[in-house]
Design a protein around this ligand. Structure first.
Ligand SMILES: [Zn+2]
Length: 262
């Protein structure tokens, strides 16, 4: 049912359009032409105002032919560098670049597959929910397109993003890290003559650290304090103290835990 010739031709065509991050406009136009011909309505959000690129995120809506909840399919339009002037080669069933650039199969292969799927559904009049295609910009420089995606354009509550290297399993979450900088500010006083006028920041910090839960917090979260600086003079009660914390969490952001901040 899949037209493998059309699929590979479309992949080659997409891969040979320059679309390094912030320069996705030409590939977006190509996608827009293809999906419009297939009956989709195309929308762009205003992500380029935040990314500084030449293109926004593209959302293409297919009405579907079943009264069921909509589904989204997504990939990103940008590539890493060097991605200008890609020349695709095809030998022994494998696509490569000519060696002077990347190939850009990340994520042009996903775009080609998604478009082929929509072609096949249309040609064969297959049962299909309303489908929203979401093609984002600036993924390779920090998922900026996804970050600034105008969610008011999206009706789907679930979908699939095609952007991983293997075909085994589905990625449902990814690691994240939070950095924490804590300034502990005391009050300077002469440690010998007037200790009762001072507030010792080092002592306060030590008590706070002793209360923190560090190391492995649960099966997906670790927490570490990495740098500690402060103090000026052994006759001054420490009046300023800084700690640098670093927390890693592999859960989604809603799962992230923070140690208590004193
Ligand atoms: Zn990718």
């Amino acid at each position: 049912m899949i037209n493998s010739h059309r699929l590979s031709q479309r992949f080659i065509q997409l891969a040979e359009i320059d679309s390094e991050s912030r320069h996705e406009a030409r590939v977006a136009k190509e996608i827009e032409t293809a999906v419009t011909r297939m009956g989709a309505t195309v929308y762009y959000d205003r992500a380029q105002e935040k990314t500084g690129g030449d293109c926004a995120n593209l959302v293409a809506k297919f009405p579907g032919n079943r009264d069921v909840p909509p589904l989204f399919l997504s990939g990103h339009m940008d590539t890493v560098v060097p991605g200008k002037g890609v020349k695709v080669r095809f030998d022994n069933g494998i696509f490569t670049s000519d060696g002077t650039t990347i190939l850009g199969s990340d994520d042009k292969s996903a775009i080609a597959i998604i478009l082929e799927v929509m072609e096949v559904i249309r040609e064969n009049n297959l049962p299909c929910p309303p489908v929203e295609l979401i093609f984002t910009v600036c993924e390779e420089i920090g998922l900026l397109g996804a970050k600034y995606l105008d969610l008011s354009l999206i009706d789907s509550r679930f979908g699939y993003i095609l952007d991983s290297t293997d075909t085994e399993g589905i990625v449902t979450k990814a690691p994240a890290a939070n950095k924490i900088f804590i300034d502990v500010i005391g009050r300077a006083a002469h440690a010998g003559a007037a200790p009762e006028k001072g507030v010792n920041a080092i002592y306060a910090a030590a008590r706070a650290i002793a209360e923190l839960e560090l190391g492995r917090i649960d099966d997906e979260t670790t927490c570490n304090l990495g740098i500690i600086t402060g103090g000026m003079d052994h006759l001054q009660s420490g009046d300023h103290h800084r700690r640098h914390g670093h927390q890693h969490c592999s859960g989604k952001s809603g799962d992230q835990r923070r140690g208590p901040v004193p």
